[in-house]
Design a protein around this ligand. Structure first.
Ligand SMILES: Cc1cc2nc3c(=O)[nH]c(=O)nc-3n(C[C@H](O)[C@H](O)[C@H](O)COP(=O)(O)OP(=O)(O)OC[C@H]3O[C@@H](n4cnc5c(N)ncnc54)[C@H](O)[C@@H]3O)c2cc1C
Length: 445
């Protein structure tokens, strides 16, 4: 069945290429179609011609970087192209402790050129715009790229509508003035400036519902914000407004940290279903209460990065607009040549860098096996996460977890896990060593 589909696609693609009418396949041929789009579609991106089966990866985050390296390692014949809209990589993991000056920005920042040169693949600083699966062509801001395999690892986007923010003006105001800080480096830098310059009063932080990026990070950020205010000796309150019934992970540890170190600073409110944010009166309105603030970092629920939907791959019934993929092999249900990985995945695994890294090593094997007409056995990703609690020196807690597939429930569930909720300087150092090891894995050979 699958072979038939693939053969049909191949024939369609060949026919399209032969008639030279690539642009008419997915783009309207009408004279009103934007000229730029058509040009980009018909002009190839400025990269060398493919020297083997081309695997294009959209997104140079934890998932995409790992995939690029291990695809090439597993099958040196692959011609791998990694695409990212950013010029350099800035790590989200360890960004909270960076805000509290426990590491510098250089620790978080890495070069795509190093990653590509050290691991023998191509890097293109461009944004993916359109996808034509019939001709197997990805259109980018620098032109089009034909692929044999495509991996989409574009991360997440925020979904402000799920906290009642409907108008583009309000959403824009939130993004600009009250950034979530769970996606881009600019947000994280703006938040560090806010924390270092806060004059006092109430700083509200929100924790989203759903499977959001990095379960522990909002609670860790509350600890780091409180530690900064303590160090700066200002009269400030961190108001942590959680849309969940309770702390989602390392709950005992975080509760203890809040009461032992930051009882005069952190106020924790749970089961707060955020209905709207009133920016004029600086209020977060929930189903039962409203909370005033002097400044706020609003982290709304998230969804798979919006290109999944723009490319028409999202499952309409999925709250977080994830793609319809095979839960074990990661390819689209109707296309064995297009994969979705990392925080955009449809599986309910924890959205963490370690999960993305270990999963990408597996998916690289899946794709290599597919190209060789083989299959490999499913193996669980590994989630690992360190959370800073105290600073100078850094003291952290940690968790490591695996997943299993429950045949009866037809769903994934946690398998074995190991949580250390007693924070220590040893775990603080282990967290930094873990991050260094991950950067080494993604950027060096
Ligand atoms: C504060 C914080 C703390 C965290 N702490 C931990 C931790 O301790 N441990 C842990 O394991 N994880 C942690 N995480 C989570 C981790 O950062 C994410 O799970 C991880 O980044 C997911 O990797 P990804 O590759 O799926 O997405 P990303 O790393 O976000 O990468 C996606 C990439 O796709 C690119 N992109 C998107 N759309 C396009 C497009 N159209 N064209 C071109 N490029 C595109 C983006 O520029 C981005 O570089 C933390 C996250 C945060 C925010």
């Amino acid at each position: 069945m699958t072979n038939k589909i693939n053969r049909r696609r191949f024939l369609q693609a060949t026919a399209v290429a032969a008639t030279g009418s690539l642009g008419s396949v997915s783009l309207s041929a009408s004279s009103t179609a934007p000229v730029m789009k058509t040009n980009l579609f018909s002009s190839p991106a400025p990269i060398p011609a493919a020297k083997g089966p081309r695997v294009v990866i959209v997104g140079g985050g934890w998932s995409g970087l790992t995939l690029a390296k291990y695809l090439k390692k597993n099958n040196p014949a692959f011609d791998v192209v990694l695409l990212d809209k950013n010029e350099q990589f800035v790590s989200c993991p360890m960004s909270n402790v960076w805000m509290a000056d426990q590491v510098n920005l250089e620790f978080l920042t890495h070069s795509y050129l190093d990653a590509a040169n050290n691991n023998d693949y191509l890097y293109l600083n461009a944004t993916a715009l359109e996808l034509d699966r019939v001709s197997k062509t990805l259109v980018t801001t620098l032109g089009s790229i034909a692929y044999d395999y495509l991996v989409l690892a574009p991360g997440i986007d925020y979904d402000y509508k799920r906290i009642g923010v409907e108008s583009p003006e309000d959403e824009y105001a939130l993004r600009m003035h009250h950034p979530a800080g769970f996606s881009s480096a600019s947000e994280m830098i703006a938040i560090k400036h806010k924390l270092q310059n806060f004059k006092g009063g109430t700083l509200a932080l929100t924790v989203p519902s759903g499977n959001y990026r990095c379960m522990a990070a909002p609670y860790e950020r509350a600890c780091m914000a409180a530690a900064i205010f303590k160090k700066r000796n200002i009269r400030a309150k961190v108001l942590l407004i959680d849309m969940n019934p309770g702390i989602r992970i390392k709950a005992t540890g975080f509760r203890k940290a809040f009461s032992e170190y930051y009882s005069d600073i952190i106020q924790y409110e749970s089961s707060a279903d955020i209905k709207s944010v009133n920016l004029q009166d600086r209020e977060i309105i929930t189903d039962f209460d409203s909370y005033g603030f002097d400044d706020a970092l609003i982290y709304p629920p998230i969804r798979a990065a919006s290109i999944i939907q723009q490319f028409g791959l999202n499952d309409e019934s999925s709250l977080q607009q994830e793609a319809k993929t095979d839960p074990f092999k990661y390819h689209l249900l109707d296309d064995e040549y297009v994969y979705v990985t990392g925080d955009s995945r449809s599986q309910p695994f924890s959205k963490s860098g370690n999960t993305a890294n270990s999963e990408a090593r597996y998916v690289a094997e899946v794709i290599s096996a597919h190209a060789a007409g083989k299959e490999i056995e499913w193996r669980s990703p590994q989630t690992m996460c360190f959370s800073g609690v105290k600073v100078d020196p850094l003291e952290s807690m940690s968790i490591i977890a695996f997943y299993k597939y429950d045949q009866q429930q037809q769903a994934f569930a946690f398998d074995r896990s190991h949580v250390i909720e007693k924070w220590s300087t040893k775990a603080g150092q282990a967290g930094l060593a873990w991050a260094e090891g991950m950067y080494k894995d993604m950027f060096y050979s």
